[in-house]
Design a protein around this ligand. Sequence first.
Ligand code: HEC
Ligand code: HEC
Ligand code: HEC
Ligand code: HEC
Ligand code: HEC
Ligand code: HEC
Ligand code: HEC
Ligand code: HEC
Length: 480
Amino acid sequence: MQKHIGPMLGRLSALALGAVIVASCTSEKITYKSTPSYTTPPAAAGNFVGYADTVKKQTVCGNCHVDKQTDWAATKHANAWADLQASGHAGASCVPCHTVDSRGNAAPDTLVGFLATNDARYKDVQCENCHGAGLDHVTTPTLSNRPLASIAVDTGLANGCGECHTGTHDPFVDEWVQTKGAGHAHLEAHALGNASCTYCHVGQDALAKWGINTNYVEASQDATNPMGITCAVCHDPHGGPNTAQLRYAINVRDTSQNLCMRCHQRNGKPAAPASNYAPMSPEGPVLLGFAGYFPAGYTGPDTIVATHGSTANANLCVTCHMPTMTVNDASGKFVSSYTGHTWAAAPCLNAQGVPTNGDCDISQRSFAACAGSGCHGSPDVARSAWTAVTGRLALLDSALSSQLAQIPSTEFKKTTMNSAIGGKYNLMLAEKPGSEVHNPFLMETLLTTSIKQLQADYGVNPKYNVSLSLQLKDPAATQK
Ligand code: HEC
Ligand code: HEC
Ligand code: HEC
Ligand code: HEC
Ligand code: HEC
Ligand code: HEC
Ligand code: HEC
Ligand code: HEC
């Protein structure tokens, strides 16, 4: 039965007026444009409303939340049903994740939405998949009955994005949970409760820092229920201009605009006093070639970019840290997909050949991403390149360490910058995991120039005989 617009109009228009006034002090983004026209949902649907117009993919919610409707309509979520059909493999088991039902929201996993009704209005992944059933709110739209979405990654797979983005074909959550020990699912105790740390370490605070002050279940729980870097921190649930619904681009060579570098750039340059000079999450500045301490006597370029940080590697961090692959067994039978959401670079493989977040010998790591990106001729070429730079930098590390050990400790406590503090910083920077791959040429330059500067400033020589002329070679290196 089509609801009559007439009688509803007066009531909803009055509400509309109220809403605009309220909205002006909460959010300017809610556009209360027209009254929603929708058919009463079937009783079995469990209060899910779905589409107002199935052909136009006009959601009932989107009648009022116009900007959300526009963004969402351009996402793959809005095409989930058609893509399922086009695959030629559609079957009953596929339907729950490609339609509106209890997947993705707090509704108990009983038959609701499409699963209970087979009604076309519930095709695709719509607003209510994440926000939950909206009939009450749609009938009387107020703040008190607003259906708030959650940004949680429920590792019990009972709620949130993970209820669909899971399993051997789409193991996004399954991979993300592996980073609980160190990584995006981990909550670093030292960083909690300190506003100068949480905007990179706590999901809610990262969103707030990025201007996402919208409402969701955990929005004001950053102190009591801090969340890690969950799906909705990196991905805009409603879509937007970037690929894969990302909130920031991954191919921008700018630490303030690159998704990864927005966080991975805390301390790439030393600053006296001593207590403050350890490098911390310096990966962005290292990759882009401007991290570290360039001593006074250094006359070369102050930005040293290797191929890895150059335009030759368009997707920068993501190329190496988020390779994707399909894993088949020896007989060619599908085992599982890998989506790159452990963020392990050159990942170790488990017994089935599936990448994991663990540690292993370099001989057991997968260098498929290095070869697949077109940068290296084969995985083994990349493997030997890593071994070579590691060896060269280890020599320079030892040489610089031996000099630093000869310098009086008072030099490291000065409040103004000196080459001892800078040298120690460069050593720590070079020893950060991954620095040798992120930018071997920058590391070699920083270490050799620090060694020379300490010789000049303090008269200390390395205890090891090591060549101070640059040895590592890269055609794209030393651009300005
Ligand atoms: C008839 C218009 C209308 C419809 C349809 C509608 N909403 Fe709303 N929505 C509102 C109004 C009005 C508010 C309150 C805005 C305010 O006062 O800030 C609101 C608030 C919200 C909020 C909270 C925003 C905040 O600032 O806290 C969410 C989330 C939301 N709606 C989601 C939905 C979803 C999901 C649907 C579909 C199930 C939907 N809305 C359908 C009008 C509507
Ligand atoms: C009800 C199941 C379901 C839920 C809940 C869900 N998704 Fe999806 N998602 C899908 C399906 C199905 C597709 C693929 C649709 C297609 O390609 O036709 C998809 C696609 C995507 C894509 C692919 C975009 C691209 O351009 O490749 C992203 C990103 C995404 N989802 C993120 C999320 C995030 C973040 C959440 C939680 C805030 C979420 N999804 C919740 C089912 C879901
Ligand atoms: C557990 C939830 C779930 C089930 C069950 C499910 N899918 Fe999906 N499907 C997804 C998600 C999530 C994506 C998006 C993945 C991505 O973007 O990488 C997706 C994407 C797709 C796509 C988009 C194109 C592509 O491959 O990227 C097709 C086609 C598809 N699924 C077909 C199927 C078929 C056929 C079945 C049943 C045999 C099925 N799905 C069952 C969650 C599911
Ligand atoms: C894939 C999950 C997902 C889908 C689909 C989705 N949302 Fe959301 N929505 C969220 C999450 C998570 C948030 C909170 C974080 C954010 O705003 O980015 C949110 C926030 C909102 C807000 C609050 C904005 C504010 O200003 O406070 C509104 C309103 C809203 N969504 C409406 C919609 C409507 C309407 C649709 C469908 C056209 C929709 N959403 C589709 C997950 C989703
Ligand atoms: C730290 C940021 C980050 C987090 C957290 C994150 N992702 Fe992603 N995700 C990305 C990036 C970057 C890409 C694009 C990779 C590429 O282009 O190769 C991506 C790609 C995707 C895609 C599209 C894959 C395709 O087939 O094109 C889906 C779907 C997705 N993520 C879902 C999720 C889900 C679900 C979660 C939570 C478990 C999640 N992501 C957490 C950064 C993130
Ligand atoms: C919102 C901030 C944020 C964003 C965005 C972000 N990260 Fe992270 N990342 C972190 C934090 C914080 C940690 C460390 C968490 C911990 O161990 O407590 C981390 C950890 C990691 C680690 C693992 C480090 C280890 O010790 O194992 C890798 C690799 C990584 N991030 C890569 C990426 C890549 C690639 C991107 C972009 C696709 C990205 N990150 C985006 C904040 C972020
Ligand atoms: C600009 C973003 C940012 C800020 C601010 C930030 N961190 Fe981090 N932090 C990261 C990222 C990204 C990582 C993971 C990458 C890495 O370890 O290099 C990380 C890793 C860590 C680690 C584990 C690895 C290590 O270096 O030992 C600890 C501990 C840590 N941070 C503590 C803190 C504390 C305490 C604060 C506040 C005083 C803080 N962080 C502020 C981004 C940040
Ligand atoms: C050319 C490939 C490549 C690029 C590009 C790259 N990384 Fe790495 N990264 C690596 C390798 C290899 C390691 C060492 C991994 C290991 O030791 O397990 C690493 C290590 C790391 C680590 C430390 C992980 C740990 O186990 O402690 C973090 C954090 C990190 N990278 C973040 C980033 C970020 C953020 C970017 C972009 C600014 C980036 N990386 C760009 C290859 C790369």
